[in-house]
Design a protein around this ligand. Structure first.
Ligand SMILES: CC(C)(COP(=O)(O)OP(=O)(O)OC[C@H]1O[C@@H](n2cnc3c(N)ncnc32)[C@H](O)[C@@H]1OP(=O)(O)O)[C@@H](O)C(=O)NCCC(=O)NCCS
Length: 158
């Protein structure tokens, strides 16, 4: 049986491990600098701005989502941005991924939020197939821009 619950502070090590597994899947382990303490502070510090749900299969944790609120001024509403969605390989195909997204879709409806958004790597065809089948569409006219490291410090005038 699949169940989804909000993460708690005692999940920090588990969530850190799951993020590492997702980074491995996405061939991005080298980009993962977050420590377990970083994750604990991110999700469970005072007034957190990012949130995490855990999916359990028969009581054992098998997957997670990390999400935050974003905003559309055109719609005049907040939305939800999903940063991470991951289910352990041994538990895939049993509905944990759909259950995690459904939990966020319900939150959108209950809180009057306009949309649920996430990014997917262009080679991740299994995930893209799943996302197509639940009715999401690619915002292909939008390009993600990112400022970090030296360029970020330069613009900040440092
Ligand atoms: C992508 C991912 C999150 C999907 O999670 P999952 O639990 O394996 O998903 P499932 O295979 O159980 O569900 C997907 C399919 O089963 C259906 N399904 C399974 N159980 C279901 C249930 N109880 N209720 C409704 N639908 C269900 C879904 O509708 C969907 O249909 P499809 O077969 O047409 O795709 C997971 O495979 C994963 O973590 N992959 C590796 C990491 C990754 O790619 N993450 C996403 C990065 S953007």
């Amino acid at each position: 049986m699949i169940a989804v619950r909000a993460a708690r502070p005692s999940d920090a090590a588990l969530i850190h491990a799951l993020i590492g597994e997702l980074a491995d899947y996405e061939n991005l382990r080298g980009a993962m600098t977050a420590t377990e303490a970083d994750i604990a502070a991110l999700l469970f510090g005072p007034s957190p701005r990012a949130f995490c749900d855990i999916a359990e299969l028969n009581g054992a944790p098998v997957g997670f989502s990390v999400w935050c609120y974003n905003v559309s001024t055109f719609a005049g509403r907040h939305g939800i941005y999903v940063e991470d969605l991951y289910v352990r390989e041994s538990a895939r195909g049993q509905g944990a991924g759909p259950a995690l997204l459904k939990t966020l879709a319900r939150r959108c409806v209950e809180e009057g939020l306009g949309r649920l958004e996430w990014e997917v790597l262009d080679w991740n065809t299994p995930a893209i197939g799943f996302y197509d089948r639940i009715g999401s569409v690619a915002a292909s006219e939008w390009l993600l821009r990112r400022l970090s490291g030296e360029a970020l410090a330069r613009l900040a005038g440092e």
